[in-house]
Design a protein around this ligand. Structure first.
Ligand code: BEZ
Length: 265
């Protein structure tokens, strides 16, 4: 028997002197090394694969971005935060999403919302992509200015922390995730989209506005297809407000005893 072979024998084989199976030692060593290195890599990265759920504190991280080192969410104070991940720089759908985000930047600024874009691409790649996007004649033929930061999550640390890696969908790249985080740094909305479907930035803004309204007034909610300016719903009504229904000047009206609306101010 060669020294480079690990022999797997049983008692009968030892007694009879026959050897039924053997595994090459070098293969065993290579597999063991891969296993050991894999565990060590995951441990050294301290991956937390928990996905934050609605209502929890947004996981904080420190990372390099096109605006320098970022401490998220602390750097954005009491602004609303939109954490927006994408699979890959220089891909067509991602490019269209960033152009539209930049085009609507002023609207997000007015709402007191900070946008942070994140992928596993290198920082140098982010910088080249931003420059290339800013060269494109967008709506009305005008180029956009990309003023939000792009985070480079090369080590996948943040991506795992926020549950943005869905290996069955794509290996080693983020899916299209959006986290809306309120001024108290609580996660208030989570959207996951597949690679093939570009996100609707109008819908993102609509959700943000609805969240801001319901954050201010905890007793209201927004019905299906609600748009800013539409009436709200009131899941729980005080008895005084209930009694006002049907009287002149009442703010409230009902479609049924279980569907009460409040006129928007
Ligand atoms: C895109 O952004 O175009 C894209 C990214 C990953 C897979 C497919 C499309």
């Amino acid at each position: 028997m060669k020294a480079s072979f690990l022999c797997v024998t049983n008692r009968a084989e030892q007694e009879t002197g026959t050897i039924r199976s053997s595994v090459p030692m070098n293969k065993v060593l290579i597999l063991a090394a891969f296993f050991f290195l894999g565990i060590n890599f995951a441990q050294s990265q301290n991956f937390d694969v928990k996905t934050p759920l609605l209502g929890v504190e947004a996981p904080s991280f420190r990372a390099e971005s096109t605006h320098g080192t970022m401490n998220f969410p602390a750097d954005f104070g009491r602004n609303w935060k939109i954490l927006f991940s994408h699979p890959k720089d220089f891909t067509p759908v991602c490019s269209s999403e960033l152009l539209e985000l930049a085009y609507q930047q002023e609207g997000f600024d007015r709402l007191g919302a900070s946008i942070v874009v994140l992928s596993t691409d290198l920082l140098s790649q982010h910088r080249s992509w931003v420059a290339a996007l800013e060269d494109i004649p967008y709506k009305d033929g005008k180029p956009v200015n990309i003023s939000f930061p792009l985070v480079s999550d090369e080590q996948h640390r943040v991506s795992y922390m926020y549950g943005m890696i869905h290996s069955a969908e794509s290996i080693g790249e983020n899916i299209r995730a959006v986290f809306i985080i309120d001024p108290d740094n609580k996660v208030r909305a989570i959207n996951y989209y597949p690679n093939e479907v570009g996100r609707n930035i109008d819908e993102l803004k609509r959700t943000l506005i609805a969240l801001q309204k319901t954050h201010k007034r905890k007793d209201i909610a927004t019905p299906a297809n609600w748009q800013p300016g539409d009436d709200f719903m009131v899941p729980i009504l005080s008895s005084a407000d209930r009694e006002s229904i049907g009287t002149p000047g009442s703010l409230f009206y009902q479609w049924s005893w279980f569907m009460t609306f409040m006129r928007s101010e």
